[in-house]
Design a protein around this ligand. Structure first.
Ligand code: GLA
Length: 387
């Protein structure tokens, strides 16, 4: 974990001056409610204590100079006037996108800035490193230039960067939880209304383990958009038969009739969305009652549905989830967009160490490289670092 002294030192080494402000923005894990946040569904994410760190100073010209540890030795510089994407420094497009979206929304950034970025979370691991970075930048700029952005403002602007500038048609879950995260709590968020309830993540004798498949997620963005488009088409078709605002307004009782309307593939996609909404409601109830066993069963069912109906898992995630179960997890599932990235498991605390050894060995035998276990806890949303 990077502290303020370390960030100040690195900032000074790179920009030859002192940073004025320091920030942290978390990654996130989603307990359940997967691929339904672009259909107004309920999701159940939590913010992590790993994420993205940033430091900033104001310049005397109109340039933004940004350095990200781990992305080469060069400071990337762009001008506030030209915020076009640049393929050569693709990571910095998230920053260009933040400035572009702020400008479009009428927020004035009057002068350039120097920005230092560092992360203790892997990218492309399904823990939402991109939203973490977007929200870090939005919060830093809002505070520095008194833009007065609220948590919901930075969440919505971050989503805009992702949807309109980067081109991924994602929902609001990641940005919302990264802005609103609460220590030791998961948020049960209604993505249709943006109302939420914070639920203490009390797992008693169990631990939440997060494991990275370490699979590179090459085509994930186009596959993600493919699912979005398939299910939006289904929504349009079904809107002619049902009075609904979102696909998640339908219930499993409607499924036999929906099967008559849609083709087999689209039907499976919609079945995932409808049943995942119900699993999320039921699993949150179970967790609130302290019924970890029932909660875990819903995690298993969610994974099966994402594997068979929504088809966003793949051999690495399926193998990892199976091994977590074999190694003693009460329940396990992929988390995030899928196609690689991370899985989560609910594991009796006393079994965690043995399970790690078992899963690392067996996964490496089957897949050819190691998975990574994270030691992390549930933390608060994007904030300034005071100490
Ligand atoms: C990604 C997106 C989210 C959500 C998840 C799947 O993380 O950014 O909006 O759709 O995938 O649940």
């Amino acid at each position: 974990m990077a502290n303020k002294i370390h960030l100040a030192k690195r900032f000074n080494e790179i920009f030859n001056e002192d940073a004025q402000a320091f920030y942290f923005s978390p990654g996130r894990v989603n307990l359940i409610g997967e691929h339904i946040d672009y259909h107004g569904g309920l999701v159940f994410p939590a913010a992590l204590d790993i994420g993205t760190y940033g430091a900033l100073s104001v310049r005397r010209d109109n340039n933004v100079a940004i350095f990200s540890e781990g992305y080469g030795d060069n400071v990337v510089t762009f001008n506030l006037i030209n915020l076009e994407k640049d393929k050569k420094t693709a990571w910095a497009n998230y920053a260009r996108g933040v400035f572009a979206v702020l400008k479009e929304a009428g927020y004035v950034i009057p002068i350039g800035v120097n920005i230092y970025i560092e992360s203790d979370m892997p990218t492309s691991a399904g823990l939402s490193s991109s939203s973490s970075l977007e929200l870090l930048l939005l919060k830093m700029l809002s505070d520095t230039f008194n833009l007065g952005l609220s948590k919901i403002d930075i969440a919505l602007l971050g989503k805009k960067v992702e949807n309109e500038y980067i081109g991924v048609l994602s929902g609001i879950m990641d940005q919302f939880i990264i802005a609103h995260g609460e220590k030791d709590h998961a948020l049960l968020l209604n993505t249709g209304t943006l109302e939420y309830q914070s639920v203490p993540l009390e797992l008693k004798d169990y631990a939440l383990v997060i494991v990275n498949t370490n699979k590179r997620r090459g085509l994930s963005d186009s596959k993600y958009n493919e699912r979005y488009n398939e299910t939006m088409t289904a929504f349009k078709i079904l809107s002619a038969y049902y009075t609904i605002n979102h696909l998640t307004d339908l219930t499993s009782e409607d499924l036999p009739n929906i099967e008559k309307i849609l083709g087999p593939l689209t039907f499976r996609r919609v079945r995932h969305i409808i049943t995942e909404q119900e699993r999320t409601i039921n699993s949150a109830k179970a967790l609130q009652k302290g019924d970890i066993l029932t909660f875990s069963k819903y995690l298993d069912e969610s994974h099966n549905s994402l594997r068979d109906d929504y088809e966003v898992t793949g051999i690495e995630l399926d193998t990892l989830v199976d091994l977590l179960k074999e190694g003693g997890a009460l329940g396990a599932r992929m988390t995030g967009a899928g196609f690689g990235g991370c899985a989560i498991g609910i594991v009796p605390k006393e079994k965690v160490e043995n399970l790690k050894t078992f899963v690392v060995n067996e996964y490496t035998k089957k897949i050819g490289y190691e998975p990574t276990f994270f030691t992390t806890s549930i933390s608060e949303g994007t904030h300034a670092i005071k100490e």
